[in-house]
Design a protein around this ligand. Structure first.
Ligand SMILES: Cc1cc2nc3c(=O)[nH]c(=O)nc-3n(C[C@H](O)[C@H](O)[C@H](O)COP(=O)(O)O)c2cc1C
Length: 206
């Protein structure tokens, strides 16, 4: 519990990364494993991560990301993209994801029906579908950032980007979209104090 809270206190949205410091490969691998272990709605795991290491690609992305220095200066730059077509209710992928639970066919059919009911109004609108898959990415990204903080690795979640421009630069396949970006590395200077509302302002009991 306290180790977790320590990590929550350590984590800041790091604006200035030390561009000389690299995250050890085995630690970064373990951060990716945390994404893999994250929960997702109906267990669909819609995230598809792109780790950007190529400096020229980073430079191009920086201009599409409000020129934020984190894009070029961080140690690992992770783009959370989603494969939206694959999670549509008529996709064989969805059946496979239910089948892997080892359930009898009737139970898989039942899950497929519940899923279809849930997803139909969402998948009718591409933007709603992208938002639904993106929500899952935010959970995974939050886990990844907090876990990184336990390793004293800094992060910056990034929503400040031109989505269309980033998608064009990455040349994403049809049906794929960018959900959110996260930079990881080491702070170049001390972080300022965390500013938060009081609990009384954000929680009510009924
Ligand atoms: C979804 C999301 C998107 C964000 N996008 C950016 C961003 O583009 N650039 C940036 O510098 N900070 C970004 N932030 C960081 C927030 O500004 C920051 O978390 C907030 O001000 C609280 O500060 P702290 O995280 O340092 O405690 C983002 C945070 C979240 C959760």
């Amino acid at each position: 519990m306290s180790e977790f809270l320590d990590a929550m206190a350590f984590r800041h949205a790091c604006k200035a990364f030390d561009s000389e410091k690299q995250i050890p490969a085995e630690q970064f691998d373990s951060m990716l494993e945390v994404v893999r272990k994250s929960p997702s709605s109906f267990g669909m795991e819609p995230w598809r991560l792109i780790v950007i290491r190529n400096p020229n690609l980073r430079k191009a992305l920086k201009s599409a990301c409000w020129n934020q220095n984190q894009i070029t200066d961080c140690s690992e730059l992770v783009i959370f993209t989603t494969d939206n077509d694959t999670v549509r209710s008529d996709s064989p992928y969805v059946r496979k994801m239910f089948e892997r639970r080892g359930l009898p066919t009737e139970a898989v059919d039942m899950y497929m029906g519940v899923y279809k009911n849930y997803l139909e109004p969402i998948e009718a609108d591409e933007l709603l579908l992208e938002n639904w898959t993106a929500k899952q990415c935010y959970i995974a990204m939050a886990n990844m950032m907090t876990y990184a903080a336990t390793l004293k690795i800094d992060s910056c979640p990034i929503e400040g980007f031109d989505k269309e421009e980033v998608e064009a630069i990455l040349d994403l396949e049809y049906g794929h979209s960018v959900a959110v970006i996260c930079a990881f590395g080491y702070r170049a200077k001390e972080q300022s104090a965390q500013k938060r509302l009081d609990l009384a302002q954000i929680v009510e009991y009924r």
